[in-house]
Design a protein around this ligand. Structure first.
Ligand code: AMP
Length: 369
């Protein structure tokens, strides 16, 4: 992901895909023009990369020239297109092929046809690397099209966003959801995830989702999900993955405007971690960090038994259930440290100390993300 001015963009079309499309166009055009020497006309500024790479791939003699107009202002194709300038060459009787980086509304093409109306060219053909069929509003024929793309703003490979991005060798697409901070708060039961999440959500303006809390809410309201979850929770076992994943997805979907999430108690298995990545991806986002509160087992048991005296949670009241929850954590959940470490997203934090001290330790990790 990259940031240009105030917007974020995600990788969309690779340099290899661009190369392949240009090679196809070059071969197709070379075959069509036969023995003629065509004049390729690039439209500046956007097409400088396309024309340069295309010309190198073109297998036969050709001429190359440029005309100029300014067509984009910000992210919308401007209705008020400036006129084309710079056509100084006599093109009488020539085969002219316009080389465009992108055709969206077709306004530029309109200008092209206007400027060539009085030139006595033999033929005028249009070739474009990218084409947005959903945005195209004109009837001019497009003779050669490289890659059709959806009607979303792109940058890179000659295309800019307010001046930036032209020099990128790959093409990026604007992110629908702008930047979110998504944290997985990790650690064994009793590590203090819920307590810390309460502070962090206010400090960083994030939505806190605790899967344990959602299950408990469902149990209290005697929903079908609650009844199902209860049978597992009472033993200190994990609720099946698919049930938990579906529930988590639904919770995230409820918060369309969130600037990010704190996931507390999720993911607890590899399958859940993969499902979370997929969900974040569908939001054009990602998990930024897994922050783990590290606390010794015996401290956890003591803390949970203490909490059980006031929390009313049946799974906090019995030492053997508590030990089973901690065992579930080491058997099934602790492996997620590897999952996030492999992506350089794992941060361990000492979870013993005052609430305030631990919040400060967590914040210092988040502030550096
Ligand atoms: P917690 O409040 O996070 O300690 O969770 C309490 C109980 O809810 C756990 O012992 C599990 O039975 C269930 N639970 C919470 N989150 C998950 C999850 N991500 N996957 C499976 N079970 C979960």
């Amino acid at each position: 992901m990259i940031k240009l001015h105030d917007k974020y963009f995600k990788p969309f079309i690779t340099a290899k895909q661009i190369d392949e499309a240009l090679q196809r166009l070059a071969n197709e055009i070379a075959e069509d023009v036969g023995d003629e020497i065509p004049v390729f006309v690039g439209i500046l500024n956007g097409s400088f990369m396309v024309v340069s790479d295309f010309a190198k791939m073109y297998p036969k003699p050709c001429e190359v020239t440029f005309i100029k107009l300014a067509s984009y202002e910000g992210v919308k194709s401007s209705e008020d297109i400036q006129r084309l300038i710079g056509l100084t060459q006599d093109l009488t009787g020539r085969t002219v092929i316009i080389l465009e980086d992108i055709i969206d509304t077709g306004n530029t093409l309109h200008e092209v046809h206007r400027i060539f109306k009085n030139e006595k060219v033999k033929s005028l053909k249009i070739a474009t690397l990218f084409y947005k069929p959903e945005a195209y509003k004109k009837d001019f024929k497009l003779h050669y099209v490289g890659i059709e793309i959806p009607n979303k703003f792109i940058v890179g490979y000659g295309l800019d966003y307010n001046g930036l991005g032209r020099n990128l060798s790959e093409v990026y697409q604007i992110k629908e959801t702008q930047y979110m901070t998504n944290l997985v708060l990790f650690g064994p039961p009793g590590a203090g995830k819920g307590t810390q999440a309460e502070f962090l959500k206010t400090k960083y303006n994030l939505v806190h989702i605790s899967t344990g809390d959602v299950f408990r809410y469902n149990i209290k309201n005697e929903t079908a999900l609650g009844m199902l979850a209860k049978s597992y929770m009472d033993k200190g076992a994990l609720v099946p993955d698919q049930v938990t994943i579906d529930m988590l997805n639904a919770e995230v979907e409820k918060n369309t405007d969130a600037q990010g999430f704190i996931f507390d108690g999720f993911p607890r298995t590899n399958a859940q971690a993969e499902a979370l990545d997929k969900l974040m991806d569908s939001k054009d986002s990602q998990i930024n960090a897994m922050i783990a509160l590290e606390v010794d087992d015996e401290v956890l048991v003591k803390r949970l038994l203490g909490r059980g005296k006031t929390s009313g949670r049946p799974d906090d009241a019995d030492e053997s259930i508590i030990r089973n929850r901690i065992k579930e954590y080491y058997d099934k959940t602790a492996i997620l440290k590897d999952y996030y470490s492999a992506q350089d997203k794992y941060f361990g934090v000492d979870g013993v100390g005052s609430i305030d001290e631990i919040t400060k330790r967590l914040s210092s990790v988040i502030d550096k993300l």
